[in-house]
Design a protein around this ligand. Structure first.
Ligand SMILES: Nc1ncnc2c1ncn2[C@@H]1O[C@H](COP(=O)(O)OP(=O)(O)OP(=O)(O)O)[C@@H](O)[C@H]1O
Length: 559
Protein backbone atom coordinates (compact mmCIF):
# COMPACT_ATOMS: atom_id res chain seq x y z
CA UNK A 1 0.00 0.00 0.00
CA UNK A 2 2.71 2.26 1.06
CA UNK A 3 4.49 1.59 -2.12
CA UNK A 4 1.26 1.97 -4.10
CA UNK A 5 0.16 5.02 -2.16
CA UNK A 6 3.46 6.73 -2.88
CA UNK A 7 2.93 6.16 -6.53
CA UNK A 8 -0.65 7.26 -6.35
CA UNK A 9 0.40 10.39 -4.52
CA UNK A 10 2.87 11.08 -7.24
CA UNK A 11 0.21 10.61 -9.87
CA UNK A 12 -2.12 12.76 -7.86
CA UNK A 13 0.44 15.48 -7.72
CA UNK A 14 0.96 15.24 -11.43
CA UNK A 15 -2.79 15.33 -11.97
CA UNK A 16 -3.03 18.34 -9.78
CA UNK A 17 -0.22 20.06 -11.67
CA UNK A 18 -1.95 19.28 -14.98
CA UNK A 19 -5.16 20.50 -13.53
CA UNK A 20 -3.50 23.75 -12.65
CA UNK A 21 -2.10 24.12 -16.14
CA UNK A 22 -5.47 23.41 -17.63
CA UNK A 23 -7.15 25.79 -15.24
CA UNK A 24 -4.71 28.47 -16.33
CA UNK A 25 -5.34 27.71 -19.95
CA UNK A 26 -9.05 27.86 -19.31
CA UNK A 27 -8.74 31.20 -17.67
CA UNK A 28 -6.67 32.41 -20.67
CA UNK A 29 -9.28 31.09 -23.00
CA UNK A 30 -11.98 32.79 -21.05
CA UNK A 31 -10.04 36.00 -21.22
CA UNK A 32 -9.65 35.55 -24.96
CA UNK A 33 -13.35 34.86 -25.26
CA UNK A 34 -14.12 37.96 -23.40
CA UNK A 35 -11.90 39.97 -25.65
CA UNK A 36 -13.54 38.46 -28.68
CA UNK A 37 -16.96 39.20 -27.29
CA UNK A 38 -15.80 42.77 -26.77
CA UNK A 39 -14.62 42.93 -30.38
CA UNK A 40 -17.90 41.49 -31.60
CA UNK A 41 -19.73 44.05 -29.68
CA UNK A 42 -17.63 46.81 -31.15
CA UNK A 43 -18.07 45.36 -34.59
CA UNK A 44 -21.81 45.23 -34.08
CA UNK A 45 -21.71 48.81 -33.03
CA UNK A 46 -19.65 49.70 -36.08
CA UNK A 47 -21.89 47.80 -38.41
CA UNK A 48 -24.87 49.48 -36.86
CA UNK A 49 -23.24 52.80 -37.55
CA UNK A 50 -22.42 51.81 -41.09
CA UNK A 51 -25.92 50.58 -41.71
CA UNK A 52 -27.15 53.84 -40.45
CA UNK A 53 -24.83 55.71 -42.72
CA UNK A 54 -25.78 53.58 -45.71
CA UNK A 55 -29.40 54.26 -45.00
CA UNK A 56 -28.56 57.92 -44.74
CA UNK A 57 -26.61 57.81 -48.06
CA UNK A 58 -29.35 55.91 -49.77
CA UNK A 59 -31.74 58.56 -48.79
CA UNK A 60 -29.40 61.30 -50.08
CA UNK A 61 -28.73 59.37 -53.28
CA UNK A 62 -32.37 58.80 -54.05
CA UNK A 63 -32.95 62.48 -53.37
CA UNK A 64 -30.12 63.29 -55.79
CA UNK A 65 -31.27 60.78 -58.34
CA UNK A 66 -34.65 62.35 -58.42
CA UNK A 67 -32.88 65.67 -59.25
CA UNK A 68 -30.62 64.15 -62.03
CA UNK A 69 -32.83 63.43 -65.11
CA UNK A 70 -33.49 67.06 -66.16
CA UNK A 71 -29.71 67.77 -66.22
CA UNK A 72 -29.08 64.54 -68.07
CA UNK A 73 -31.77 65.38 -70.54
CA UNK A 74 -30.32 68.82 -71.17
CA UNK A 75 -26.86 67.26 -71.53
CA UNK A 76 -28.23 64.75 -74.01
CA UNK A 77 -29.86 67.49 -75.96
CA UNK A 78 -26.65 69.49 -75.94
CA UNK A 79 -24.72 66.46 -77.08
CA UNK A 80 -27.13 65.78 -79.92
CA UNK A 81 -27.01 69.37 -81.03
CA UNK A 82 -23.23 69.32 -80.88
CA UNK A 83 -23.15 66.18 -82.97
CA UNK A 84 -25.36 67.70 -85.57
CA UNK A 85 -23.22 70.85 -85.52
CA UNK A 86 -20.09 68.76 -86.04
CA UNK A 87 -21.79 66.90 -88.89
CA UNK A 88 -22.89 70.15 -90.48
CA UNK A 89 -19.45 71.64 -89.90
CA UNK A 90 -17.58 68.82 -91.65
CA UNK A 91 -20.13 68.85 -94.45
CA UNK A 92 -19.71 72.59 -94.77
CA UNK A 93 -15.97 72.45 -94.69
CA UNK A 94 -15.87 69.40 -96.94
CA UNK A 95 -17.73 71.33 -99.61
CA UNK A 96 -15.67 74.45 -98.92
CA UNK A 97 -12.48 72.43 -99.27
CA UNK A 98 -13.78 70.85 -102.48
CA UNK A 99 -14.66 74.28 -103.77
CA UNK A 100 -11.19 75.57 -102.85
CA UNK A 101 -9.62 72.53 -104.50
CA UNK A 102 -11.56 73.21 -107.68
CA UNK A 103 -10.49 76.85 -107.62
CA UNK A 104 -6.84 75.90 -107.04
CA UNK A 105 -6.98 73.32 -109.85
CA UNK A 106 -8.50 75.94 -112.16
CA UNK A 107 -5.80 78.42 -111.13
CA UNK A 108 -3.10 75.81 -111.72
CA UNK A 109 -4.57 75.05 -115.13
CA UNK A 110 -4.65 78.71 -115.94
CA UNK A 111 -1.07 79.08 -114.76
CA UNK A 112 0.17 76.11 -116.75
CA UNK A 113 -1.66 77.44 -119.80
CA UNK A 114 0.04 80.77 -119.24
CA UNK A 115 3.32 78.93 -118.67
CA UNK A 116 2.86 76.97 -121.87
CA UNK A 117 2.19 80.21 -123.62
CA UNK A 118 5.28 81.78 -122.08
CA UNK A 119 7.38 78.72 -122.87
CA UNK A 120 6.12 78.81 -126.43
CA UNK A 121 6.99 82.52 -126.65
CA UNK A 122 10.37 81.82 -125.07
CA UNK A 123 11.05 79.06 -127.58
CA UNK A 124 10.09 81.39 -130.42
CA UNK A 125 12.41 84.05 -128.97
CA UNK A 126 15.25 81.53 -128.73
CA UNK A 127 14.64 80.40 -132.32
CA UNK A 128 14.51 84.01 -133.44
CA UNK A 129 17.66 84.86 -131.54
CA UNK A 130 19.36 81.87 -133.15
CA UNK A 131 18.12 82.96 -136.58
CA UNK A 132 19.41 86.51 -136.09
CA UNK A 133 22.63 85.11 -134.74
CA UNK A 134 22.90 82.98 -137.86
CA UNK A 135 22.13 85.96 -140.07
CA UNK A 136 24.78 87.97 -138.27
CA UNK A 137 27.34 85.22 -138.80
CA UNK A 138 26.18 84.83 -142.43
CA UNK A 139 26.47 88.58 -142.96
CA UNK A 140 29.98 88.55 -141.61
CA UNK A 141 30.69 85.59 -143.87
CA UNK A 142 31.15 81.93 -143.04
CA UNK A 143 34.83 82.20 -143.74
CA UNK A 144 36.45 85.23 -142.24
CA UNK A 145 40.01 86.41 -142.22
CA UNK A 146 41.11 88.59 -139.34
CA UNK A 147 44.50 90.14 -138.83
CA UNK A 148 46.20 90.82 -135.50
CA UNK A 149 49.26 93.01 -135.46
CA UNK A 150 51.68 92.06 -132.72
CA UNK A 151 52.77 94.97 -130.52
CA UNK A 152 56.47 95.76 -130.68
CA UNK A 153 58.11 94.05 -127.71
CA UNK A 154 61.60 94.82 -126.39
CA UNK A 155 62.77 91.24 -126.93
CA UNK A 156 61.77 91.38 -130.63
CA UNK A 157 64.04 94.35 -131.36
CA UNK A 158 67.30 92.60 -132.14
CA UNK A 159 68.68 95.73 -133.79
CA UNK A 160 68.43 99.14 -132.16
CA UNK A 161 65.95 101.63 -133.63
CA UNK A 162 64.22 99.23 -135.99
CA UNK A 163 61.33 100.96 -137.64
CA UNK A 164 57.72 99.87 -137.65
CA UNK A 165 56.43 99.24 -141.16
CA UNK A 166 52.84 98.18 -140.50
CA UNK A 167 50.19 100.82 -140.01
CA UNK A 168 46.57 100.24 -139.04
CA UNK A 169 43.85 102.76 -139.79
CA UNK A 170 41.66 103.60 -136.76
CA UNK A 171 38.93 104.79 -139.19
CA UNK A 172 38.96 101.68 -141.31
CA UNK A 173 38.80 98.42 -139.38
CA UNK A 174 39.40 96.30 -142.44
CA UNK A 175 42.52 97.79 -143.91
CA UNK A 176 46.22 97.73 -143.09
CA UNK A 177 49.21 99.29 -144.81
CA UNK A 178 52.71 97.83 -145.08
CA UNK A 179 55.61 100.08 -146.02
CA UNK A 180 57.90 98.26 -148.42
CA UNK A 181 60.55 99.65 -150.71
CA UNK A 182 59.39 103.17 -150.01
CA UNK A 183 55.79 102.44 -150.99
CA UNK A 184 52.71 101.78 -148.90
CA UNK A 185 50.96 98.57 -149.79
CA UNK A 186 47.34 98.32 -148.63
CA UNK A 187 45.70 95.02 -147.65
CA UNK A 188 41.95 94.62 -147.26
CA UNK A 189 40.82 91.90 -144.84
CA UNK A 190 37.60 91.20 -142.96
CA UNK A 191 38.92 92.88 -139.83
CA UNK A 192 42.25 94.23 -138.65
CA UNK A 193 43.09 94.47 -134.95
CA UNK A 194 45.38 97.23 -133.75
CA UNK A 195 48.57 96.16 -131.88
CA UNK A 196 46.99 97.28 -128.61
CA UNK A 197 43.91 95.08 -129.09
CA UNK A 198 43.21 92.98 -126.01
CA UNK A 199 42.60 89.22 -125.80
CA UNK A 200 38.99 90.05 -124.85
CA UNK A 201 38.50 92.15 -128.00
CA UNK A 202 39.82 89.33 -130.17
CA UNK A 203 37.51 86.85 -128.45
CA UNK A 204 34.47 89.11 -128.87
CA UNK A 205 34.91 88.79 -132.62
CA UNK A 206 35.04 84.98 -132.32
CA UNK A 207 32.29 84.56 -129.72
CA UNK A 208 29.33 84.21 -132.15
CA UNK A 209 31.10 81.26 -133.74
CA UNK A 210 31.62 79.56 -130.42
CA UNK A 211 27.88 79.95 -129.79
CA UNK A 212 27.28 78.43 -133.23
CA UNK A 213 29.15 75.30 -132.20
CA UNK A 214 26.66 74.82 -129.34
CA UNK A 215 23.85 75.20 -131.86
CA UNK A 216 25.27 72.26 -133.81
CA UNK A 217 27.61 73.92 -136.31
CA UNK A 218 31.12 72.88 -137.16
CA UNK A 219 33.55 75.68 -136.49
CA UNK A 220 37.28 76.05 -137.14
CA UNK A 221 39.42 78.82 -135.75
CA UNK A 222 43.03 79.02 -136.96
CA UNK A 223 45.97 81.20 -135.96
CA UNK A 224 48.33 81.66 -138.91
CA UNK A 225 51.60 83.56 -139.14
CA UNK A 226 55.35 83.45 -138.93
CA UNK A 227 57.12 82.08 -135.88
CA UNK A 228 56.94 84.45 -132.95
CA UNK A 229 54.11 86.55 -134.42
CA UNK A 230 51.76 85.70 -131.54
CA UNK A 231 49.74 82.66 -132.69
CA UNK A 232 50.12 80.83 -129.38
CA UNK A 233 49.48 84.08 -127.53
CA UNK A 234 46.20 84.51 -129.40
CA UNK A 235 45.07 80.89 -129.07
CA UNK A 236 46.41 79.88 -125.66
CA UNK A 237 47.48 83.15 -124.05
CA UNK A 238 48.89 83.18 -120.56
CA UNK A 239 47.50 82.13 -117.18
CA UNK A 240 46.65 85.74 -116.30
CA UNK A 241 45.52 86.67 -119.78
CA UNK A 242 44.09 83.59 -121.50
CA UNK A 243 43.51 83.41 -125.22
CA UNK A 244 40.75 82.15 -127.48
CA UNK A 245 40.91 78.49 -126.33
CA UNK A 246 40.13 79.13 -122.68
CA UNK A 247 37.71 81.97 -123.34
CA UNK A 248 35.82 79.87 -125.87
CA UNK A 249 35.45 76.99 -123.44
CA UNK A 250 34.41 79.33 -120.63
CA UNK A 251 31.79 80.86 -122.91
CA UNK A 252 30.68 77.39 -123.98
CA UNK A 253 30.08 76.22 -120.40
CA UNK A 254 28.37 79.52 -119.55
CA UNK A 255 25.97 79.12 -122.50
CA UNK A 256 25.30 75.49 -121.53
CA UNK A 257 24.39 76.62 -117.99
CA UNK A 258 22.09 79.32 -119.41
CA UNK A 259 20.25 76.77 -121.54
CA UNK A 260 20.06 73.99 -118.95
CA UNK A 261 16.27 74.23 -118.56
CA UNK A 262 15.73 73.45 -122.22
CA UNK A 263 18.83 71.60 -123.38
CA UNK A 264 21.25 69.10 -121.96
CA UNK A 265 24.78 68.99 -123.36
CA UNK A 266 27.72 66.62 -123.43
CA UNK A 267 31.10 68.16 -124.09
CA UNK A 268 34.05 66.02 -125.11
CA UNK A 269 37.56 67.04 -126.00
CA UNK A 270 40.47 65.61 -127.93
CA UNK A 271 43.75 67.21 -128.87
CA UNK A 272 46.23 66.26 -131.58
CA UNK A 273 49.46 67.55 -132.94
CA UNK A 274 50.48 67.28 -136.57
CA UNK A 275 54.23 67.23 -136.90
CA UNK A 276 55.92 66.29 -140.19
CA UNK A 277 52.54 65.03 -141.44
CA UNK A 278 52.35 62.61 -138.50
CA UNK A 279 49.41 62.75 -136.12
CA UNK A 280 50.01 62.38 -132.37
CA UNK A 281 47.62 62.36 -129.46
CA UNK A 282 48.38 65.29 -127.15
CA UNK A 283 46.23 63.87 -124.36
CA UNK A 284 47.97 60.52 -124.22
CA UNK A 285 51.23 60.09 -122.34
CA UNK A 286 52.86 57.77 -124.85
CA UNK A 287 51.94 60.12 -127.74
CA UNK A 288 51.45 57.23 -130.15
CA UNK A 289 51.20 57.94 -133.86
CA UNK A 290 47.66 57.96 -135.18
CA UNK A 291 46.00 57.56 -138.52
CA UNK A 292 42.90 59.11 -140.10
CA UNK A 293 40.36 56.53 -141.30
CA UNK A 294 36.83 56.43 -142.64
CA UNK A 295 34.49 55.73 -139.74
CA UNK A 296 33.19 52.14 -139.98
CA UNK A 297 29.78 53.31 -138.65
CA UNK A 298 28.71 53.97 -142.25
CA UNK A 299 28.27 57.74 -141.84
CA UNK A 300 31.16 58.28 -144.22
CA UNK A 301 32.77 60.60 -141.68
CA UNK A 302 36.43 60.49 -140.80
CA UNK A 303 37.73 59.38 -137.46
CA UNK A 304 41.05 58.74 -135.76
CA UNK A 305 41.18 55.24 -134.21
CA UNK A 306 42.84 55.23 -130.79
CA UNK A 307 42.49 58.97 -130.24
CA UNK A 308 41.74 59.75 -126.59
CA UNK A 309 38.44 61.63 -126.24
CA UNK A 310 37.72 62.98 -122.77
CA UNK A 311 34.23 63.87 -121.61
CA UNK A 312 34.38 67.19 -119.80
CA UNK A 313 32.04 68.19 -117.01
CA UNK A 314 33.30 71.60 -116.01
CA UNK A 315 35.47 74.48 -117.03
CA UNK A 316 37.96 73.59 -114.27
CA UNK A 317 38.34 70.11 -115.77
CA UNK A 318 39.08 71.54 -119.20
CA UNK A 319 41.82 73.75 -117.77
CA UNK A 320 43.67 70.61 -116.64
CA UNK A 321 43.21 69.03 -120.07
CA UNK A 322 44.58 72.14 -121.79
CA UNK A 323 47.61 72.05 -119.49
CA UNK A 324 48.26 68.38 -120.38
CA UNK A 325 48.02 69.12 -124.11
CA UNK A 326 50.39 72.07 -123.73
CA UNK A 327 52.94 69.94 -121.87
CA UNK A 328 52.88 67.26 -124.51
CA UNK A 329 53.33 69.55 -127.48
CA UNK A 330 56.59 69.12 -129.25
CA UNK A 331 58.74 72.21 -129.53
CA UNK A 332 61.97 72.58 -131.42
CA UNK A 333 64.28 75.48 -131.94
CA UNK A 334 64.90 77.22 -135.22
CA UNK A 335 67.05 80.18 -136.04
CA UNK A 336 64.05 82.46 -135.78
CA UNK A 337 62.82 81.50 -132.35
CA UNK A 338 64.49 79.29 -129.81
CA UNK A 339 61.19 77.85 -128.63
CA UNK A 340 59.39 77.85 -131.89
CA UNK A 341 56.51 75.42 -132.26
CA UNK A 342 57.11 73.40 -135.36
CA UNK A 343 53.84 71.54 -135.29
CA UNK A 344 50.16 72.29 -135.70
CA UNK A 345 48.24 71.88 -132.43
CA UNK A 346 44.53 71.12 -132.64
CA UNK A 347 42.04 71.22 -129.81
CA UNK A 348 38.82 69.57 -130.96
CA UNK A 349 35.70 70.08 -128.88
CA UNK A 350 32.50 68.19 -129.65
CA UNK A 351 29.24 69.50 -128.19
CA UNK A 352 26.30 67.11 -128.28
CA UNK A 353 22.99 68.69 -127.36
CA UNK A 354 19.58 67.19 -126.60
CA UNK A 355 16.41 69.28 -126.67
CA UNK A 356 14.71 68.30 -123.40
CA UNK A 357 11.24 68.98 -124.80
CA UNK A 358 11.47 67.31 -128.21
CA UNK A 359 14.41 64.94 -127.72
CA UNK A 360 16.02 66.21 -130.92
CA UNK A 361 19.81 66.11 -130.98
CA UNK A 362 22.58 68.34 -132.35
CA UNK A 363 26.30 67.76 -132.71
CA UNK A 364 28.52 70.79 -132.97
CA UNK A 365 32.29 70.90 -133.28
CA UNK A 366 34.73 73.57 -132.35
CA UNK A 367 38.28 73.13 -133.66
CA UNK A 368 40.85 75.52 -132.28
CA UNK A 369 44.08 75.33 -134.25
CA UNK A 370 47.45 76.84 -133.44
CA UNK A 371 49.30 76.43 -136.73
CA UNK A 372 53.04 75.98 -137.02
CA UNK A 373 55.13 79.00 -138.06
CA UNK A 374 54.68 79.96 -141.71
CA UNK A 375 58.14 81.38 -142.42
CA UNK A 376 59.74 80.65 -145.72
CA UNK A 377 62.15 77.74 -145.80
CA UNK A 378 65.10 79.64 -147.17
CA UNK A 379 64.81 82.42 -144.62
CA UNK A 380 64.78 80.14 -141.60
CA UNK A 381 68.08 78.70 -142.86
CA UNK A 382 66.82 75.20 -142.32
CA UNK A 383 68.76 72.14 -143.42
CA UNK A 384 68.30 68.36 -143.28
CA UNK A 385 65.59 67.30 -140.84
CA UNK A 386 64.59 70.92 -140.23
CA UNK A 387 64.24 71.52 -143.96
CA UNK A 388 61.94 68.52 -144.29
CA UNK A 389 60.00 69.79 -141.30
CA UNK A 390 59.69 73.28 -142.77
CA UNK A 391 58.65 71.88 -146.15
CA UNK A 392 55.95 69.79 -144.50
CA UNK A 393 54.70 72.81 -142.61
CA UNK A 394 54.62 74.91 -145.75
CA UNK A 395 52.86 72.15 -147.66
CA UNK A 396 50.13 71.79 -145.08
CA UNK A 397 49.65 75.55 -144.71
CA UNK A 398 49.42 75.79 -148.44
CA UNK A 399 46.87 73.00 -148.53
CA UNK A 400 44.87 74.81 -145.87
CA UNK A 401 44.96 78.01 -147.92
CA UNK A 402 43.80 76.08 -150.98
CA UNK A 403 40.94 74.49 -149.10
CA UNK A 404 39.76 77.77 -147.63
CA UNK A 405 40.08 79.48 -150.97
CA UNK A 406 38.17 76.71 -152.74
CA UNK A 407 35.45 76.89 -150.08
CA UNK A 408 35.14 80.65 -150.36
CA UNK A 409 35.01 80.33 -154.13
CA UNK A 410 32.31 77.64 -153.68
CA UNK A 411 34.20 75.25 -155.90
CA UNK A 412 32.82 71.76 -156.33
CA UNK A 413 36.09 70.03 -155.61
CA UNK A 414 37.72 70.93 -152.30
CA UNK A 415 41.25 69.51 -152.00
CA UNK A 416 40.94 68.24 -148.43
CA UNK A 417 43.25 65.29 -148.94
CA UNK A 418 46.34 67.36 -149.73
CA UNK A 419 47.45 67.43 -146.11
CA UNK A 420 46.76 65.69 -142.80
CA UNK A 421 45.55 68.97 -141.37
CA UNK A 422 42.85 69.59 -143.97
CA UNK A 423 41.96 65.89 -144.15
CA UNK A 424 41.47 65.73 -140.39
CA UNK A 425 39.37 68.89 -140.41
CA UNK A 426 37.39 67.88 -143.50
CA UNK A 427 34.02 67.65 -141.78
CA UNK A 428 34.59 70.94 -139.97
CA UNK A 429 35.75 72.91 -142.98
CA UNK A 430 33.17 71.78 -145.51
CA UNK A 431 29.81 73.16 -146.51
CA UNK A 432 27.75 74.73 -143.74
CA UNK A 433 30.68 75.09 -141.40
CA UNK A 434 32.24 78.30 -140.21
CA UNK A 435 35.89 79.25 -140.30
CA UNK A 436 37.96 82.08 -138.94
CA UNK A 437 41.60 82.54 -139.83
CA UNK A 438 43.46 84.92 -137.52
CA UNK A 439 46.56 86.06 -139.40
CA UNK A 440 49.26 87.21 -137.03
CA UNK A 441 51.82 89.73 -138.29
CA UNK A 442 54.83 91.49 -136.85
CA UNK A 443 55.05 95.25 -137.40
CA UNK A 444 58.86 95.33 -137.45
CA UNK A 445 60.90 96.12 -140.54
CA UNK A 446 63.07 93.02 -140.08
CA UNK A 447 59.99 90.84 -140.56
CA UNK A 448 58.49 92.72 -143.50
CA UNK A 449 59.05 89.85 -145.96
CA UNK A 450 57.15 87.39 -143.77
CA UNK A 451 54.51 89.98 -142.94
CA UNK A 452 53.88 90.56 -146.65
CA UNK A 453 53.78 86.84 -147.27
CA UNK A 454 51.26 86.24 -144.47
CA UNK A 455 49.10 89.15 -145.61
CA UNK A 456 49.15 87.96 -149.20
CA UNK A 457 48.10 84.54 -148.03
CA UNK A 458 45.31 86.18 -146.03
CA UNK A 459 44.20 88.35 -148.87
CA UNK A 460 44.29 85.49 -151.31
CA UNK A 461 41.82 83.69 -149.13
CA UNK A 462 39.85 86.85 -148.46
CA UNK A 463 39.54 88.11 -152.03
CA UNK A 464 38.04 85.05 -153.58
CA UNK A 465 34.44 85.51 -152.54
CA UNK A 466 34.21 88.84 -154.31
CA UNK A 467 32.14 87.68 -157.28
CA UNK A 468 32.34 85.92 -160.61
CA UNK A 469 36.13 86.05 -160.67
CA UNK A 470 36.18 83.03 -158.41
CA UNK A 471 34.16 81.01 -160.89
CA UNK A 472 36.38 82.08 -163.71
CA UNK A 473 39.34 80.70 -161.85
CA UNK A 474 37.50 77.43 -161.44
CA UNK A 475 36.77 77.15 -165.15
CA UNK A 476 40.38 77.27 -166.30
CA UNK A 477 42.72 79.90 -167.69
CA UNK A 478 41.86 83.42 -166.87
CA UNK A 479 42.94 86.90 -167.48
CA UNK A 480 41.22 88.91 -164.89
CA UNK A 481 42.42 92.48 -164.52
CA UNK A 482 39.81 93.08 -161.75
CA UNK A 483 41.72 90.74 -159.52
CA UNK A 484 45.05 92.33 -160.25
CA UNK A 485 46.19 89.17 -162.04
CA UNK A 486 47.60 89.08 -165.51
CA UNK A 487 48.10 85.52 -166.70
CA UNK A 488 49.33 84.33 -170.05
CA UNK A 489 50.50 80.90 -171.12
CA UNK A 490 53.39 81.02 -173.57
CA UNK A 491 55.29 78.16 -175.19
CA UNK A 492 58.93 78.07 -174.07
CA UNK A 493 60.65 75.69 -176.55
CA UNK A 494 64.09 76.61 -175.28
CA UNK A 495 63.35 74.93 -171.94
CA UNK A 496 64.61 71.49 -170.96
CA UNK A 497 63.13 68.19 -172.09
CA UNK A 498 59.57 67.70 -170.91
CA UNK A 499 59.10 65.06 -168.18
CA UNK A 500 56.54 63.30 -170.36
CA UNK A 501 55.61 63.50 -174.02
CA UNK A 502 52.06 64.55 -173.14
CA UNK A 503 53.23 67.51 -171.10
CA UNK A 504 53.48 71.02 -172.42
CA UNK A 505 56.18 73.44 -171.63
CA UNK A 506 54.76 76.82 -170.71
CA UNK A 507 55.70 80.00 -169.04
CA UNK A 508 53.40 81.99 -166.88
CA UNK A 509 53.65 85.69 -166.53
CA UNK A 510 52.36 86.86 -163.25
CA UNK A 511 51.73 90.31 -162.03
CA UNK A 512 53.67 90.23 -158.77
CA UNK A 513 51.00 92.02 -156.82
CA UNK A 514 49.35 88.62 -156.41
CA UNK A 515 52.27 86.40 -155.45
CA UNK A 516 54.84 86.29 -152.70
CA UNK A 517 58.10 86.76 -154.53
CA UNK A 518 59.28 90.27 -154.04
CA UNK A 519 62.78 89.12 -154.88
CA UNK A 520 61.83 88.07 -158.43
CA UNK A 521 60.23 91.32 -159.40
CA UNK A 522 61.47 92.64 -162.72
CA UNK A 523 61.59 96.26 -163.72
CA UNK A 524 58.14 96.11 -165.33
CA UNK A 525 56.65 94.27 -162.34
CA UNK A 526 56.21 91.01 -164.21
CA UNK A 527 57.96 87.68 -163.82
CA UNK A 528 58.29 84.78 -166.18
CA UNK A 529 58.01 81.34 -164.64
CA UNK A 530 58.78 78.35 -166.85
CA UNK A 531 56.79 75.31 -165.79
CA UNK A 532 55.70 71.92 -167.18
CA UNK A 533 52.04 71.29 -167.53
CA UNK A 534 50.40 67.89 -167.81
CA UNK A 535 46.68 67.24 -167.40
CA UNK A 536 46.36 70.77 -166.08
CA UNK A 537 48.86 70.02 -163.29
CA UNK A 538 52.15 71.76 -162.79
CA UNK A 539 54.87 69.15 -162.80
CA UNK A 540 57.83 71.29 -161.97
CA UNK A 541 58.40 74.90 -161.21
CA UNK A 542 61.54 76.87 -161.86
CA UNK A 543 64.29 75.74 -159.50
CA UNK A 544 64.96 79.21 -158.23
CA UNK A 545 65.14 78.84 -154.46
CA UNK A 546 62.81 81.76 -153.83
CA UNK A 547 59.89 80.10 -155.58
CA UNK A 548 58.20 78.67 -152.58
CA UNK A 549 55.17 76.48 -152.35
CA UNK A 550 52.81 79.45 -151.99
CA UNK A 551 53.67 80.48 -155.51
CA UNK A 552 53.13 76.96 -156.68
CA UNK A 553 49.64 77.03 -155.24
CA UNK A 554 48.94 80.39 -156.78
CA UNK A 555 49.77 78.96 -160.17
CA UNK A 556 47.67 75.86 -159.63
CA UNK A 557 44.66 77.92 -158.77
CA UNK A 558 45.08 80.15 -161.77
CA UNK A 559 45.31 77.18 -164.04
N1 LIG B 1 49.55 90.69 -128.56
C1 LIG B 1 50.60 90.40 -127.78
N2 LIG B 1 50.81 91.09 -126.65
C2 LIG B 1 51.85 90.81 -125.84
N3 LIG B 1 52.77 89.85 -126.08
C3 LIG B 1 52.61 89.12 -127.19
C4 LIG B 1 51.54 89.36 -128.11
N4 LIG B 1 51.64 88.49 -129.11
C5 LIG B 1 52.74 87.74 -128.85
N5 LIG B 1 53.31 88.11 -127.71
C6 LIG B 1 54.53 87.54 -127.11
O1 LIG B 1 55.46 87.27 -128.14
C7 LIG B 1 56.13 86.03 -127.93
C8 LIG B 1 55.96 85.11 -129.13
O2 LIG B 1 54.57 84.85 -129.28
P1 LIG B 1 53.99 83.40 -129.57
O3 LIG B 1 54.77 82.35 -128.86
O4 LIG B 1 52.56 83.47 -129.32
O5 LIG B 1 54.31 83.28 -131.10
P2 LIG B 1 53.92 82.11 -132.09
O6 LIG B 1 53.47 82.77 -133.34
O7 LIG B 1 53.00 81.18 -131.44
O8 LIG B 1 55.29 81.40 -132.33
P3 LIG B 1 55.55 79.88 -132.74
O9 LIG B 1 55.28 79.76 -134.19
O10 LIG B 1 56.95 79.69 -132.37
O11 LIG B 1 54.60 79.06 -131.91
C9 LIG B 1 55.58 85.46 -126.66
O12 LIG B 1 56.42 85.78 -125.60
C10 LIG B 1 54.25 86.17 -126.48
O13 LIG B 1 53.91 86.30 -125.13
Amino acid sequence: VEVESAATVKQLNKARQRNEVLAERLSNQNEHCRQLEEQIRKSDEYSCNLQHKVEQNEKNFSTRLTALPPTLRSMKTDYASLRSQVRNFSEFYGSAINEAKKQIAAAINQMSEANKDLLEKYRKEVALRRKYHEQLVELKGNIRVLCRVKPVLKEDQHEEGQSVVVATDPNNESSLTVLTKGKGRVFELDKVFQPQATQEEIFQEIEPLVTSSIDGYHVCIFAYGQTGSGKTHTMEGTVENPGINQRALKHLFHEIEERKDMWSYNVSVSSVEIYNEVLRDLLSKDGEKLDIKINPDGTGQLHVPGLRVIEVKSFQHIKKILATARRNRITFGTQMNQHSSRSHALLCITVQGTDLATGSKTTGKLNLVDLAGSERVWKSGAEGERLKEAQNINRSLLALGDVIQALRARQTHIPFRNSRLTYLLQDSLGKGSKTVMVVQVSALESNVGETLCSLKFAQRVCKVELGPAARKIESGLCSNPDQGLNVQLLPTPEHKTPPSSSSTSVAIILNLSSVCMEELVSSNGLVLLPVWLMNREILSAHSHQDINTSVHAELLILL
